[in-house]
Design a protein around this ligand. Structure first.
Ligand SMILES: [Fe+2]
Length: 289
């Protein structure tokens, strides 16, 4: 049942991620007012807020509560929201300067880095949320033929004059204490599509889609970056004890997770597994359209 080298990955796209916050109302304020996300669901007892990024992607905030799991369904996996997670949103590259002005307006320090080449610039902006999560705004070429299963929409869902015009989630960067074991495990235990690794850092890139593809230059694809506990660009850390949601062929991932012997819970259309490095991955059947 293990995937043959070069076979298609059962992972289809990035569905969402969950952040740990120490103050839920402050988190809701930040992500609705600064990022323009729409609040979908607020549970004051469970200390959970779920926000809509676009029609297919969400951002969830969890405030930990003593003796209580934020999501009883996966309680046996002891999930937490990510701490100090680096993640990126997709924006229209023509909106970058306006985003920088909006960040100034909100009083948020930011740093711009060009990840491209002089011929093909790829400017990206980094800043922090109030909880130490490292955010990035990365331009996406909406005309690129390498579209993910759930392409970013051409316009933000809830355009607000003072909110950053984000289109979708682009990437999530997780820290792994045992980099070598991670690199062997992620393709084997979840079927993640290994794309490449950097020469000078322990930094592996997985394409969140059926096939690995080259990164960069405005690709609309989504990414999982897996690092050792390094400090990356703009002094950002990979997340610890992260909770990440993926669209996937759930039955195919379940067979891999079971063969790997990882703790997991399963019900119709969804599966969650605890990774040995402390992250929890949730796999969701894609919505029928
Ligand atoms: Fe990044």
């Amino acid at each position: 049942m293990l995937p043959a080298p070069g076979s298609a990955s059962p992972i289809l796209d990035l569905a969402g991620l969950t952040l740990e916050v120490n103050h839920l109302p402050r988190g809701v304020r930040f992500y609705t007012q600064v990022l323009g996300l729409t609040l979908l669901h607020l549970d004051e007892d469970r200390k959970v807020a779920r926000l809509r990024v676009n029609a297919h992607q969400s951002l969830t905030l969890w405030q930990p509560v003593t003796r209580q799991c934020n999501d009883p369904w996966m309680e046996s996996l002891r999930p937490r929201g990510a701490s100090h997670l680096h993640f990126a949103f997709q924006i229209d590259p023509d909106e970058l300067a306006r985003c920088e002005a909006l960040l100034d307006e909100h009083g948020l320090p930011w740093q711009e880095i060009d990840l491209g080449t002089p011929e093909l610039p790829d400017r990206t902006v980094y800043f922090y949320d109030p909880f130490g999560h490292g955010l990035e705004l990365r331009g996406v070429n909406l005309r690129d033929p390498r579209q993910p299963v759930f392409p970013p929409p051409p316009q933000p869902d809830a355009p607000a004059p003072h909110a950053l015009p984000v289109l979708g989630l682009r990437e999530v960067a997780l820290g792994f204490g045992d980099y070598a074991a991670m690199k062997e495990r992620l393709p084997r235990a979840y079927g993640l599509a290994y794309a490449k690794e950097q020469d000078d850092r322990d930094f592996a890139q997985f394409t969140l889609g059926p096939q690995p593809q080259p990164d960069g230059n405005g690709t609309p694809a989504r990414w999982l970056y897996a690092w050792d506990p390094q400090v990356g660009l703009a002094d950002m850390l990979g997340g610890d004890h992260a909770l990440v949601q993926f669209y996937a062929d759930v039955d195919a991932v379940r067979a891999l997770v079971g063969a790997a012997g990882l703790p997991h819970v399963h019900e119709s259309g969804r599966l969650a597994a605890r990774d040995p490095d402390g992250h929890v991955f949730e796999f969701l059947s894609p919505p029928q359209s």
